[in-house]
Design a protein. Structure first.
Length: 377
């Protein structure tokens, strides 16, 4: 109800209460008996209007003025009701728009939170993968270094074995060459009938056989089996040996010496091949270790640092989004409460305006009845 309307009603009520106290109202008892009057008596506005009508009829106030006053009051109430409807529609539209905006913003925030959570989950999975990769790379680096150490040990063992076997071959070959020289000298003396010289040389065969036995002691068993016949032939030679026996000894020693020379060459060839293979394996392992240590592992560690930094940023973003969501959900709840309160207030005001309009209409009917009754009198 607007201020002008309220002031008019209060003024009417005040005037009515003052005048009623000092004025005789011959028609009031009759009016109060009417049903409409009884309805009006139930509200302060109705009572004020009844008193106004009674006062107006008592002092011979123009009925048209009373009708006009009541009609203006009814029109003012209708206008106030319409204004309230317009105001409510505007307020409701504003509240609904705010609610819609908050709901849209909340949905957007929820989608952002969902996407951010998925991003965070993916980052954590990537971080777990990188940590797993780092562990595997560090284990591989460790095993590669161990393999390098083992290859170094194998190279050292191979070299030591080669040196020993090569020296054994050299000693045996040197001993066989020396024996061969003595045998060839003995044969030459024998052919030249230098018996004294032959006897001198042949007397050394047994000693050479013993020396040769010591020289070939380090050879492998299969090589020893090849050398033993030559040693046996030499140990059996003496001053009475025939030239054919000496020639067989020369042939046997030369054959064995050439065989050992060939075996020594094969030994070196095998050694160099195995050495190259081991060195190539070692070099490959060293390259792997170098790549792991200088490139692969640092790269993984850098990716881990980057992922951890990103996870911190995404967690902060997620916290911010959750805070925004909570704030906007509270704002939405507040807007809904405001709308609900405005709806209740609107219903209350409209109900009051409708009630007051009906009261005024009842008062108009009462006034009309009073007017008709006066005309009849």
């Amino acid at each position: 109800m607007n201020t002008k309307l309220l002031s008019s009603i209060l003024l009417l009520a005040l005037i009515t209460q003052s005048v009623v106290a000092i004025t005789s109202l011959p028609n009031q008892s009759k009016l109060n008996k009417e049903k409409s009057s009884q309805v009006l008596q139930k509200s302060s506005l109705g009572r004020a209007l009844i008193n106004m009508i009674a006062l107006g009829t008592s002092v011979k106030y123009e009925y048209s003025d009373l009708f006009n006053a009541l009609e203006e009051l009814r029109s003012a109430l209708v206008e106030a009701k319409e204004l309230e409807d317009e105001s409510f529609i505007k307020d409701e539209t504003d509240y609904l728009l705010n609610i819609q905006n908050f709901e849209s913003l909340i949905n957007t925030l929820k989608n952002q939170i969902k996407n951010t959570q998925e991003q965070l989950e993916q980052l954590n999975q990537e971080l777990d993968t990188e940590y797993s990769n780092l562990q595997e790379q560090q284990n591989l680096l460790k095993s590669t270094k161990e393999a390098i150490d083992l290859l170094s040990q194998q190279l050292n063992a191979l070299n030591e074995k080669f040196l020993k076997e090569n020296n054994d071959f050299s000693d045996a070959i040197d001993a066989l060459s020396a024996a061969l020289i003595k045998l060839e000298q003995a044969q030459q003396h024998y052919e030249n009938a230098q018996l004294e010289s032959f006897a001198q040389v042949s007397s050394q065969f047994t000693a050479f056989a013993q020396k040769l036995t010591k020289s070939v002691a380090g050879l492998r068993k299969d090589h020893l089996l090849m050398v033993k016949p030559a040693i046996l032939v030499m140990s059996q030679l003496n001053a009475q040996s025939e030239q054919s026996s000496i020639q067989r000894a020369i042939n046997a020693v030369r054959e064995i010496r050439d065989y050992l020379v060939n075996q020594q060459v094969q030994l070196r060839s095998n050694f160099e091949r195995q050495q190259e293979e081991l060195e190539n394996q070692k070099k490959a392992k060293q390259e792997i270790a170098e790549s792991l240590q200088n490139t692969v592992i640092p790269g993984t560690q850098n990716r881990i640092k980057g992922l951890e930094a990103n996870i911190v940023v995404v967690n902060e973003l997620l916290d911010s989004l959750n805070q925004d969501l909570s704030t906007n959900e509270q704002n939405l709840e507040n807007e809904k409460k405001k709308l609900s309160a405005r709806v209740d207030r609107h219903k209350e005001l409209i109900s009051k305006y409708n009630e007051e309009i009906q009261i005024v209409l009842q008062a108009i009917r009462v006034l009309r009845d009073a007017y008709d009754a006066n005309k009849s009198n």
